[in-house]
Design a protein around this ligand. Sequence first.
Ligand SMILES: NC(=O)C[C@H]([NH3+])C(=O)NS(=O)(=O)OC[C@H]1O[C@@H](n2cnc3c(N)ncnc32)[C@H](O)[C@@H]1O
Ligand SMILES: [Mg+2]
Length: 431
Amino acid sequence: MAYRRAVSIAEAFKSSGTVTVRGWVYRKRELKDKIFIVLRDSTGILQLVFARGTEAFNVAQRLNLESSLVATGLIKEEPRAPGGKELHVQSVDWYYEGAPYPINEDAAQADSEYLLDVRHLWLRSRKMQAVLKIRHTVFGAIHEYFRSRGYYEVQGPMFITAAVEGGATLFKVPYFDDVVYLTQSSQFYLEAFIFSLEKVYTIAPSFRAEPSRTRRHLTEFWHAEAEMAWYHLDDLMKVNEELISHIVSKVLEERLDELKLLGRKTEPLEAVKPPFYRVSYDEAVDILKAKGVDIKWGDDLGADEERILTLQFDKPIQLYGFPEKVKAFYHRNDPQRPEVTLSVDVLAPEGYGEIIGGGERIYDEKELVSKIERFGLNPKDYQWYIDLRRYGSVPHSGFGLGVDRVVMWIAGLDHIRDAVPFPRDIRRKYP
Ligand SMILES: NC(=O)C[C@H]([NH3+])C(=O)NS(=O)(=O)OC[C@H]1O[C@@H](n2cnc3c(N)ncnc32)[C@H](O)[C@@H]1O
Ligand SMILES: [Mg+2]
């Protein structure tokens, strides 16, 4: 099987003489006496030249975009070819013609809904290939950060029985003769793990029945969550800064080619180093008012407010001290200012906004039950969660990082669905 002796395109560029390469037809141009095919694989692209009068030329004439092939030929310098080299094909050792490809070279600028309909094919595009490689690096950096600092990776269940982030965005699932919900966040389970492992993290899907199609909301998203026993808000804010800076530095270290291919300016990412700006909710309201935003203390900040805020700063902001009523019940109230919580969101710069939500948790049993009731919830629905406070409770903090939103920001994408291989939102559940 000829493709067993093939080398990657990246290796072919380092070779001289005769090599065998394998991949897919990315571009094809037929001239009078030559056919140029740009071959694509997971490492890059290489121009193949087929001379009229050869058997290889006859095969090349039959190939479509995305036909797969194995070819052997002579590597030669050619400054006009991508990467400065091309392969003069002596033989096509294997090929799969396939049908005419439904995404032609022009369609690549086509309607975004169409490219979503054929996302299972569009994954092959150089843009998606670059995003997937950045995504790979982001996931790896998250694991690397936590594992190098003594966190244990754990897994919570996907079927749950009570809302973490409000009942309005729960997906109900039939469960034999009962019903359950898809998890909105693994947080409560991480809070159970810390009494055994103290510092834990997970990267898992979370599900939110988001009724609106926005540029940063999905109904299924990848959620990196961590929980730390004994940590208070300032300890948590340090972890936020270190984690995000680590992720960005790994992408800058490993994925510069992909960032360049996406046209992403890297200067804003190079500024992402601790300490981040720390802005209180009070200060944020003052800044927004000064910018002419119609906001009063106690209002939640939406995407527009976050965008205006982030454009005032040149790196991420840790926005802390949200009013009690704009945060979920589990947030611990500030003992010095009971109307605010010991919460923190991290807003990515350049208008991207919230990428992390977290804070200190209520760790006193009576305080938790009273707040659950004050929020109009039924303590019975949170019995096991309350139990965690009944036996040896400790101060603890945690957060959730939206991995897809981080990829969207770092890759400089306009829409979160371009950061995800198979995005899901209210109008998209296929392919
Ligand atoms: N362990 C924790 O403390 C996490 C906490 N229970 C939680 O879920 N917070 S969050 O709702 O702000 O969501 C956390 C992050 O999760 C992301 N997120 C949150 N919702 C979405 C949707 N719908 N789509 C994409 N990304 C989303 C976003 O970056 C948020 O900052
Ligand atoms: Mg949030």
